[in-house]
Design a protein around this ligand. Structure first.
Ligand code: AMP
Ligand code: ZN
Length: 486
């Protein structure tokens, strides 16, 4: 913790020195996925970026309580409290229980995170597991006078809140500006104001996921779950709140309003947002139809791809851009990442074979400091990677007897590579990682089961035949599908 870390805070729109409320403890909350479908590569970018931060904070000696939720209820199709619940809709189509959908995609999400070497958070709470807490929050906001009930639904009164607080504090916009840029009332005509949003929504009879409440049977608004769960596990005021930048204008703005309305304090000090992964300059998004899945990258099975890329190449590709810059997906960029990743890991593999000399042509301390400077400058992973290429050049030169290194500098070089490549960037040598094979196979077998459940037998057969071709046999049993080497 001797390092002075600076973090860009969306709230103040500047880089600020990181000063946790109660060091060495750090509370970090990141909005997790809505488990109605597989996570795409864009989602993975966000979780890899926060994994980098989690790993660096841990490396600095902080004790991070990292909470990343699972949204398994309340996320409607429209962003104005309209449309069906995404999970319920999928469940009806597949003739499954909503919780079967949530379970299936939660497992899929964990599999992908594992393969990409994203560490699990400390707590992974679900929205459906915290209905009571959400109802309590609605009660408190109502008691403070910032919400109103209409016909079994409860709405947050943005104009009333804004008369004493700054609703647009996070994106630096005033209410008139926001009102002018908002389309007419969505869904419920019951709202008093255009910007009002639902805290609790009355369930229509056909709605599958619903709970009793003081206002009748209904379900919580999407923004409420994060306020309730961050409050429960990290307290009323904690250190870091994060998510993709697309969550900032509405989801996080509403979360802040809810927390301030009930607790009179902004929930987090630092608001950290990752930028979007784009394809041909357009945000990767399921609804735009330009998204693809990590497994398609690992197998090369997508027409946009020239070939398959390994999970660590994908992780390296994502880390080669700063988390606040947009990153455009492309085959050339992926191939460059593949080369870069191999160069780094080849150097890493040589480090134990380097000969020690009595004198040293290299001084590793300065390089080590530059690595820390890069990470301290708002987790600047591309600059860090450039420094690690310099470390790789030194390793290769010492190996080729073009440079000498003494014992002390070699020790520092080993420490630098271990800390920054393995612990902080979270990369691993895939050649040595045969132990990951079962994980990868289980992941593919799960995808096949999903295809079967969706009655997509063409895909499930394709996966079985494809695995057979590369030497793995699948056997379907009552308990599930097993794989074995042929
Ligand atoms: P969702 O499940 O849609 O709520 O998204 C889960 C997380 O992924 C959120 O933090 C989003 O901001 C983030 N996200 C969605 N699309 C992208 C993208 N194209 N690039 C980076 N992050 C994204
Ligand atoms: Zn959230």
């Amino acid at each position: 913790m001797k390092q002075n870390l600076f973090v860009y805070n969306t709230l103040t729109r500047k880089k600020e020195e990181f000063k946790p409320i109660n060091p060495p403890l750090v509370g970090m909350y990141v909005c997790g996925p809505t488990v109605y479908s597989d996570v795409h590569l864009g989602n993975c970018r966000t979780y890899i970026s926060f994994d980098l931060m989690f790993r660096y904070l841990n490396h600095l000696g902080y004790k991070v309580r990292y909470v990343r939720n699972i949204t398994d209820a309340g996320h409607l199709e429209g962003d104005l409290d309209e449309g069906e619940d995404k999970i319920s809709k999928k469940a009806k189509l597949a003739q499954l229980e909503p919780m079967e959908i949530a379970q299936k995609y939660t497992i899929g999400f964990h599999d992908v995170m594992n393969i990409l070497n994203v560490l699990p958070p400390s707590i992974e709470p679900t929205a459906t597991g915290h209905i009571i807490e959400q109802i309590e929050l609605v009660k408190r906001i109502l008691a403070k006078g910032y919400a109103y009930e209409v016909n079994g639904s409860v709405y947050f009164d943005v104009e009333k809140y804004n008369s004493t607080h700054d609703y647009g504090i996070l994106n630096g916009r005033n209410l008139d500006d926001l009102l002018a840029n908002t389309r007419a009332l969505g869904g419920q005509q019951e709202k008093h104001g255009k910007l009002d949003f639902a805290l609790w929504i009355k369930a229509k009879p056909e709605h599958l996921m619903k709970w009793p409440s003081p206002w009748g049977v209904g379900f919580p608004g999407w923004h409420l779950e994060c306020s309730a769960m961050s409050n429960k596990y990290l307290g009323e005021h904690f250190d870091i709140h994060g998510g993709g930048i697309d969550l900032m204008p509405t989801h996080h703005t509403n979360e802040i309003a809810q927390n301030i309305a009930c607790c009179e304090t902004i929930p987090a000090t630092y608001w950290v947002h990752t930028n979007m992964l784009t394809v041909n300059g357009q945000k990767m998004s399921k609804s735009l139809g330009n998204s693809f899945l990590p497994v398609e990258l690992f197998t090369g099975k997508n027409s946009i791809l020239n070939k398959a890329y390994s999970p660590m190449t994908v992780r390296f590709f994502i880390l080669q851009a700063h988390y606040r810059s947009t990153l455009d997906f492309g085959n050339d960029a992926m191939e460059a990442s593949e080369k870069g990743f191999k160069r780094l890991m080849n150097a890493y593999a040589l480090i134990n074979d380097l000969k020690v000399s009595a004198t040293s042509d290299v001084e590793i301390n300065a390089l080590l400091n530059r690595c820390y400077e890069a990470m301290n400058d708002d987790f600047n992973s591309p600059v860090l990677i450039a420094e690690l290429f310099e470390a790789s050049r030194i390793i290769n030169s010492v190996y080729d007897n073009k440079l000498k290194i003494d014992a002390e500098n070699l020790q520092l070089l080993k420490q630098l590579m271990q800390s920054f490549v393995i612990d902080i960037l979270g990369l691993k040598d895939e050649k040595a990682a045969d132990d990951d094979l079962p994980q990868l196979l289980n992941f593919i077998v799960n995808l096949r089961s999903q295809a079967k459940t969706n009655q997509d037998y063409a895909t499930s057969d394709k996966i079985r035949d494809g695995l057979q071709k590369i030497g793995f046999q699948l056997k379907d049993t009552k308990e599930g599908t097993n794989w074995s080497k042929i």
